[in-house]
Design a protein around this ligand. Structure first.
Ligand SMILES: [Zn+2]
Length: 197
């Protein structure tokens, strides 16, 4: 134990490297500055950094960073905010009250319309918002609430009542029910696997 002081200095180099890997996600971005040239940001964000998302997270399990890659771009003269998320959050299973992981990995894309009539320029399934409803017009820069919009989409992805796919609580409660092999969803095993990659 007397050697612990000398050992401690070798571990700091690794932590340094991780801290440098990304800059903080901007809260807002200026449309005046970026709407023509486009804007890109990518980095790691701790789920607890999203205030409303944080309120849903369990404290009983460590939350790993979400890796987020964003892009503001124009398509058919319509502004879009797209982002790729890679990662999961830990919530509380509503059946057994133990931590349960929800995968947020997905590609998201929101069209940001100047006016309602532009809705005809985007695909029917395309999510869209009216810029006048989200942009802070009090400021001369027309600030887009970048982080809030991303959090909104993540919140939509989070289930209202998260549950383990095969919650042990239900097995205990209904232990007598015989297994139905035919009724089993062949994709359940696949999606369970997918969540771990
Ligand atoms: Zn459960």
């Amino acid at each position: 134990m007397s050697s612990s002081q000398t050992n401690s200095k070798t571990t700091t180099a690794i932590d340094d490297n991780q801290a440098k890997s990304s800059t903080r996600m901007p809260e807002h971005i200026s449309l005046n500055k970026w709407e023509d040239t486009g804007f890109e940001w990518q980095g790691a964000v701790a789920p607890v950094d999203f205030e409303r998302l944080n309120a849903l997270l369990t404290t009983e399990h460590e939350q790993a960073n979400l890796h987020i890659k964003t892009k503001l771009y124009r398509h058919n003269n319509v502004l879009h905010l797209s982002f790729e998320v890679d990662g999961e959050v830990w919530l509380t299973c509503q059946r057994c009250l133990q931590p349960v992981a929800t995968d947020l990995t997905d590609d998201y894309d929101i069209a940001l319309l100047e006016e309602e009539s532009q809705a005809s320029l985007v695909d029917e399934e395309q999510d869209y918002l009216l810029l006048e409803e989200v942009v802070d017009n009090q400021t001369p820069e027309r600030l887009l609430p970048f982080k809030k919009l991303i959090e909104d989409e993540l919140l939509l992805k989070v289930p209202m009542a998260p549950k383990h796919d095969d919650c042990e609580m239900s097995v205990e409660q209904f232990g007598e029910i015989p297994e139905e092999e035919e009724g089993e969803n062949p994709f359940a095993a696949l999606s369970a696997l997918k969540g771990k990659l």
